[in-house]
Design a protein around this ligand. Structure first.
Ligand code: FES
Length: 312
């Protein structure tokens, strides 16, 4: 869809809000809390951005974009070269971070720009009168998007905002929050170290109650030490080279093979595949330690051995 930028303005230091509407004022396809759009920036790069407005709104999509000069250029290009009145090409909303319908309560944990899907969730839970607590961890008040709104009556008593001033010594201690598993579901979105910390603190929770969202894709997950390896599809015997910066899933698709996927960032579990031989370099947040020898998430994980044989 080509949507009109109705408003574009800073929401905090380094964070810009874009409100997108249909050029003819038509209703937009519905979305649910936790959904994201894939947005094409003016230079053609495709990036995923979570919707942060209330899913009940059918006339607009709102995304918050962190201008990341250390990133791959998509966010900087979008922020610097997109203004009100422009047309922006976006995908239909997609959700790999759905709120559990039947959960009796929610623990929402957002780190920095990870607040975006969590805001849509908090708005929805407010509207439905459901119980939740939001822990929002940022560097400083200036880098905290939605600060004024979260101080409002609607969020009163439901939100803890913590600033670490960029020093890990000041990190918020989530252990008292997560120590005792309850019936609540945990939703966490933020930088990788926060996701890993929450995963480590929730190993004793039911796996189905813990939900992560990360926008790390194969290219963003690239490491300098990455090497080419071969993936062997056991059903056909096909041998496929996987170069650095390309995921197993992408390499398979290029050769005409596909597999179910959703988040493509190692957080949802949809692409879970049996590993029949070889040693995987696991980069997902889904697999438990005891599952790692026999399974692999092919959207982000790579190989430590020259070859992986997978059950596809
Ligand atoms: S598609 Fe979600 S973990 Fe791979």
């Amino acid at each position: 869809m080509a949507l009109r930028v109705a408003r574009a303005h800073p929401a905090a230091t380094g964070i810009h809000l874009f409100e997108l509407r249909h050029p003819e004022g038509s209703e937009l396809p519905p979305f649910t809390a936790g959904a994201h759009l894939t947005v094409r920036s003016p230079n053609g790069s495709l990036r995923k951005y979570s919707l942060c407005n209330d899913p009940a709104e059918r006339d607009r999509y709102v995304i918050a974009v962190k201008r990341d000069p250390a990133g791959r250029g998509g966010s900087v290009d979008l922020v610097d070269h997109t203004k009100a009145g422009d047309l922006v090409e976006v995908s239909a909303p997609h959700n790999a971070f759905e709120l559990a319908e039947r959960a009796p309560g929610f623990i929402l944990i957002a780190g920095g720009i990870g607040i975006t899907p969590i805001m849509a969730m908090a708005r929805r839970l407010n509207a439905e009168g459901r119980r939740y607590r939001l822990y929002y961890l940022t560097r400083s008040p200036e880098t905290t998007a939605f600060r004024d709104e979260l101080a409002g009556e609607e969020f009163h008593g439901k939100v803890v905002i913590h600033h670490d001033q960029g020093d890990p010594v000041n990190s918020f201690d989530l252990w008292p929050v997560l120590e005792k598993p309850g019936a609540a579901h945990v939703y966490c979105c933020g930088p990788r170290p926060l996701l890993e910390a929450v995963r480590d603190m929730t190993g004793h929770w039911p796996a189905a109650a813990i939900h992560f969202e990360s926008f790390l894709d194969a290219a963003a997950a690239q490491r300098p030490e990455d090497r080419v390896f071969t993936v062997v599809l056991s059903h056909s015997g096909e041998r496929i080279e996987v170069p650095p910066g390309v995921s197993i899933l992408e390499a398979m698709r290029e050769r005409g093979f596909d597999a179910p996927s959703s988040c493509e960032s190692g957080t949802c579990g949809t692409c879970r595949t049996h590993l029949l031989a070889g040693e995987a370099d696991h980069r997902d947040l889904v697999l438990m330690e005891h599952e790692k020898a026999g399974q692999v998430m092919i959207c982000v994980s790579r190989a430590l051995s020259p070859e992986l044989v997978i059950d596809r």
